[in-house]
Ligand binder design. Sequence first.
Ligand code: GLN
Length: 494
Amino acid sequence: MLHDKCFMIRELHEKLINKEISAVKLAEDYFAVIEKKDKEIFAYLTLTKELALEQAKKVDEKIARGESIGILEGIPGAIKDNILIKNIRATASSKILDNYIAPYDATVIKKLKDSGAVFLGKTNLDEFAMGSSTENSAYGPTKNPHDLERVPGGSSGGSAAAVAGDMAVWALGTDTGGSIRQPAALCGVMGLKPTYGRISRYGAIAMGSSLDQIGPIAKTVEDVAIVLSAIAGEDKMDATSARSADKKYEDYLTGEVKGLKIGVVKEYLENLNPEMKEKMEEVIEKFKKMGAEIKEVELPFAKYSLPAYYIIMPCEISSNLARYDGIKYGMRIDDQETSKVKADGLPKTLLETYLDSRKYGLGSEVKRRIMLGTYALSSGYYEAYYLRAQKVRTLIKKDFEKVFNPSADGVDLILTPTTTTPAFKIGEKTEDPLKMYLEDIFTVTANISGVPAISIPCGKIKVDNSEMPVGFQLMGKWFDEENLLRAAHAFEIM
Ligand code: GLN
């Protein structure tokens, strides 16, 4: 099987045009691997075999006619199950959407279809993308391909595990507070959260609308860049998507970082455990060797990112998830778990239907956040929580403006770890939500400020009997994915 060796997009593209393999055979090979490995890993919730083979066949026909094909044509990938593909089930890993069939394509899906990419299936996530381990999925946890007793991270754990487990060449995730970067780090792959507004969110099931962003997960920076080029751009269906010229991000990967200024935050590194600290020091040394200038920077308000996030995000959730009431959206509990006719002989009222649908359809983490958000937005508390968190958010953004300001000798990029530790054991943090929330300590800042950020693998750390991957994060200036990817790529190939 061709697939036994792992290939990147460009290599596979060459093989397709040289007719060493057909797109149909390539997709079939991937399905064979999925069949073999995914019983244990459980990266996929739904396989879209019929669609994939139909997409692949079109590519083969094009090649047979002697037409040229684009770089992504025929290349198999996976889509997080909170992104809509027309006529395919989209659950967001929630029971309340168990039988929801997407009525339209998300803009990113439409764009990928136009690029000729092949969709293998929909991947597992924490319910509505709320979590850091994929354990909050209503369908069961995904396992880390490097150690099946450990989590793959979350919430895009299925997407990261699919790529790390060679069950997809690339994948899409969503990132509200770290959900692309943290699982990428824990699974040893690349994950990019683009600038807020770089990519249309139309057709992505909303979690926190001012924070959510779709982005690629893949094994190499070039693959990340290729997928980004396909999905980026303004969209009239998403008013927060920004106007930008179409770009081929893969063209910016020069392998050069000479003269690039990279900021490091001293406190971030000081408080790390020794293994992680050593990894970060190695990364810094490598950048120095390549000719980048490492500079200490201060982000005084960034330490409030996590508390601000855990106010703003649940507030937005409480509003976004109001639509799942069993009437407008979602499965209706009227005659399933609870009887349709009550003890008093009367049918359920509308309110009872709403309450029961949400009670049985939503998981406990989702309900916790809806309650926190509703409380924080309620009159009398709004100023103390939501409004204050928004003010803090402005201060954090100002920190970044200052640090990135070229006329004040600012830096081009900021380097941090992606997580504090490698992947933890399944079940290790489920009892304590606050422990789970702390997973996001390094990642939420980029969502709060809107800047682009990428997680890049930087080796492995021994935990118990396993060697587990870890990653570091680079954050860039708003809409400067070029420098971000360029630095990530230079590191990768050095
Ligand atoms: N782990 C974070 C949370 O639970 C991030 C989630 C995300 O980015 N979707 O909120």
